[in-house]
Design a protein around this ligand. Structure first.
Ligand SMILES: [Zn+2]
Length: 175
């Protein structure tokens, strides 16, 4: 009986300990994005993301997301989940956010494979993205902010640059 109580307490402590480790990293990452300190935010990324997006690509993606949502006005932690494994741990933080242009749900994914937590995903789910994710030419809805439509290959925006191979990396960054 006593053993059960100790185990239960230990388990709860592990979960709370994880949150205390992870939350400051997420807070710092989001604060840097809010200040538009993109290189500071990039320094919080794990190799999983950095190997896909350069600082330039990351900055472009984050700026584009900010363009759509407007600045973040308030946010509240909605969910926290941590999975520990011998090969590395993964944590997912979900916030409900109020942006200048509307509401959205913010998901930050982190991994800990080398003793420190790093951000490997930043996603905003919001109806604000429906219009920018819908191709003006064919009407296909893409899953990520791409310069070119994955269905018809035409520019998603009039001012899109002329390098049509951004979709893969931006897809990954959204995950
Ligand atoms: Zn299209």
């Amino acid at each position: 009986m006593l053993l059960v109580v100790i185990c239960g307490g230990g388990f709860a402590w592990l979960i709370l300990g994880g949150k205390a480790e992870v939350e400051p990293i997420v807070e710092d990452f989001l604060a840097r994005l809010e200040k538009q300190d993109y290189s500071g935010a990039y320094n919080r990324l794990g190799t999983e993301w950095k190997s896909i997006d350069t600082l330039e690509a990351f900055t472009k993606l984050e700026k584009r997301m900010r363009e759509v949502t407007g600045p973040l006005q308030s946010r509240e932690l909605e969910g926290f989940n941590i999975q520990r494994a011998t090969g590395g741990s993964i944590a997912v933080c979900t916030y409900t956010g109020q942006f200048a242009n509307g509401a959205g749900s913010i998901t930050i994914t982190l991994t800990d494979s080398s003793g420190s937590w790093k951000v490997v995903g930043h996603r905003i789910d919001s109806p604000l993205f429906i219009q920018v994710l819908t191709c003006p030419h064919c009407g296909a809805v893409s899953q990520s902010l791409a310069d070119y439509c994955p269905s018809c290959g035409k520019p998603m925006r009039p001012d899109a640059e002329s390098s049509p191979h951004q979709t893969e990396s931006e897809q990954a960054a959204q995950d």
